[in-house]
Design a protein around this ligand. Structure first.
Ligand code: ABF
Length: 218
């Protein structure tokens, strides 16, 4: 089975967490796109969807689904999103699609975070995937130097501007022994909007699409 088939399997399994009348947070990325398509087909009568990116908002609307403003929903019952890596404690690296800041806001506003991924994202430890950091353009060079002081090797992601008008710096070589601590240390650098470590707000449920079927961990 190819990766897309495994992503689709995980995405469709997440439908079981969606109930009529809910507000549902929706992530960003190719796995989440399968989830949006499944939502469009399932026609569950939810109150509406909170999108974590402009791309997701557009895809939801193209499916005829009702998009809500997070400022008007209060906390939301469930958030469904993909990841670039997940560790055994459901701590994640996200942001390959450059939407990490809004993703973390919606995930943090959600009572339940269901993470959907193909089983190649299931890792014993975080850190192989370069860590995305969203940075104000004004602070790009300063932030890069501070990331070096934290042990990382920063690379500006060329040609990418986030939905919030910022740049992405991808960082390799960081120590992920304590992801909560690293997440906080990076976010203390002035000019950093947020980083792609989801350890403080990790996932509650993992749905991995695998050649043996969907593996659910909670
Ligand atoms: C998003 O989905 C991102 O945070 C993450 O980078 C991406 C996972 O990519 P994909 O679903 O395309 O494999 O949530």
């Amino acid at each position: 089975m190819n990766a897309d088939a495994l992503k689709k399997m995980a995405a469709e399994a997440a439908l079981s967490y969606i109930q009529p009348g809910m507000v549902v947070g929706v992530g960003t990325g190719s796995t989440t796109n399968f989830f949006i398509d499944a939502l469009g087909a399932a026609k569950i009568h939810v109150d509406g969807y909170v999108a974590s990116s402009i791309a997701t908002e557009n895809r939801l609307k193209a499916q005829g689904l009702n998009v809500l403003d997070l400022n008007s929903t209060g906390d939301i019952p469930v958030y469904v999103d993909g990841a670039d890596e997940a560790d055994p404690h459901f701590r994640l690296i996200k942001g390959g699609g450059a939407a990490l800041t809004r993703e973390k806001i919606v995930a943090s506003a959600a009572r339940l975070f269901v993470c959907i991924a193909d089983s190649s994202k299931d890792k014993p430890m975080l850190g192989k995937f370069p860590l995305p950091v969203e940075v104000l353009p004004f602070a790009r060079s300063f932030v890069a130097r501070q990331l070096v002081k934290l042990g990382g090797t920063p690379t500006l992601r060329n040609g990418v501007t986030t939905d919030n008008g910022n740049v992405i710096i991808d960082v390799t070589g960081l120590d992920f022994t304590d992801p909560v601590k690293m997440e906080a240390a990076i976010n203390l650098i002035p000019g950093v909007l947020d980083n792609g470590i989801f350890a403080h707000r990790r996932a509650d449920v993992m749905l991995f699409g695998s050649p043996d079927g969907v593996i659910e961990k909670k």
